[in-house]
Design a protein around this ligand. Sequence first.
Ligand SMILES: NC(=O)c1ccc[n+]([C@@H]2O[C@H](COP(=O)([O-])OP(=O)(O)OC[C@H]3O[C@@H](n4cnc5c(N)ncnc54)[C@H](O)[C@@H]3O)[C@@H](O)[C@H]2O)c1
Ligand SMILES: [Zn+2]
Ligand SMILES: [Zn+2]
Length: 495
Amino acid sequence: MAISFSFQEDRDCDDADARDRRALRLPDRYRSRARRSMQARPDLSGVHLRPVREGARLRGEEGRRLGLGDRCGHAAGIPIHGESPNVEVHAMKAVVFHGVGDIRLEDVEDPRIEEPTDAVVRITASSICGTDLHMVRGTLTGMKPGTVLGHEGVGVVEELGDDVRNLKVGDRVLIASTIACGDCAYCREGYFAQCDRANPNGPQAGTAFFGGPETSGPFQGLQAERARIPFANVGLVKLPDSISNEQAILLSDILPTGWMAAELAEIKDGDTVAVFGCGPVGQAAIAAARHRSAGRIFAVDNVTTRLEMARALGAEVIDFSDEDPVEQIRRLTDGIGVDRAIDAVGIDAKHPRSGSALDDAMEHKEEYRKEVAEIAPEQNRQFWSWRPGDAPTLALDWAVQSLAKAGTLAVIGVYPSTDRFFPLGYAMGKNLTINMGICNHRKYIPELVELVRSGQLDLAPYLTEIRPLSQVIDSYKAFERRDPYWSKVEIQPGA
Ligand SMILES: NC(=O)c1ccc[n+]([C@@H]2O[C@H](COP(=O)([O-])OP(=O)(O)OC[C@H]3O[C@@H](n4cnc5c(N)ncnc54)[C@H](O)[C@@H]3O)[C@@H](O)[C@H]2O)c1
Ligand SMILES: [Zn+2]
Ligand SMILES: [Zn+2]
């Protein structure tokens, strides 16, 4: 998609330095596009131009500079002096889902205000989540080609609809991953992920979130230079200056999800807890369990560096490619098991390739194969990467078996609607409580922002990589391969 710009000759500007200073005062998105467009038009070299996006709604500083005073206006209505050469430039870069195993960084249509409760935000930080991996692997089904991926973001408000009254253009904001109206009965009770109004497919369609399957909206995602944020008065939270982008990006999805996992698991002071999966969500769940004063925390994974990170957070670690986690948890708890277990793995669970849990997993191999085929009918078979996990129920099985009688299981790892497998009988025989769900992000964000601002929650351990948007596809691959020390990555569109 291309956008048309008009150019107004800048008569006050008669030297290159002054022109550069003027260019630097332009908002970022105009600055880079202006340079690109001018490069594309050698016939314009030497002419000092000020770019004006046609049809753009201009406010505040930008509007004043263009002589609109404090009024809003439309750039197309501004008189153009002299020649007005129109130049076509591409709108913005974003990560686009084309099909299972096929994502690309490419130019897409610029977002715009569609409803009075919308905002347009220039994204300054985004990230990649385990949920994105499920979509690219085909285990979270129903993605529409053309959807921009990503549901984590921090940015600066660029445009506001008339009904967003708690923010102003220029505010630095955190974007909640799930979209909620803030007004329906569910939102008022804090069930933001069950909002009755946000999902255009209706109140029974499921959680509305950025960059998800068709049933979730679909809404264009946040791995992009800019994004449209519906119900911005609810989903955007203004950030204090003392919180950096590196901290804030972790509060968009991962930390709230860990916090909700610990709440669903009903962790109380002194409880013994097991967290299955030590990806970013598992690590956030460990932090939340500590915050709730858990007595002991076991962490299970088979990625050495992720287990190292979990140990550094205070967990007792178990490598499932070495030891059988159920056996070890029972042994280390005098045969009782854990009071609370959290599944932070989700549908792409893997079985061990070695160690004492291998034989048992191999006995169920055929069962797992059938489960994967039913859950993910369309899979990527072309490349070595983007492959579904090979044991969808294994982490859940281990969690159920590791729990003490009458314990609580929290399922926060994502399972799609095509998944009908759960070790129900075993869980029932132990009188387990099972809680699960998509995170009600907006409910936890204000508390977490305050914990970080006041220094009570240190987020330094959780972000391991920072990459420019231009390297986002390689970052997806490194995250999916679980490269050593690759956990949470900040993607910087502006870099
Ligand atoms: N409920 C929500 O609102 C919500 C929000 C965010 C993420 N999630 C989900 O949380 C899960 C984790 O997300 P993430 O970003 O940490 O993803 P991730 O893919 O980085 O982490 C998953 C981890 O599980 C480990 N694992 C694989 N098989 C295992 C097994 N059998 N036992 C134990 N560990 C195993 C992997 O090695 C990996 O470290 C995903 O399913 C994601 O979709 C849910
Ligand atoms: Zn996520
Ligand atoms: Zn609502």
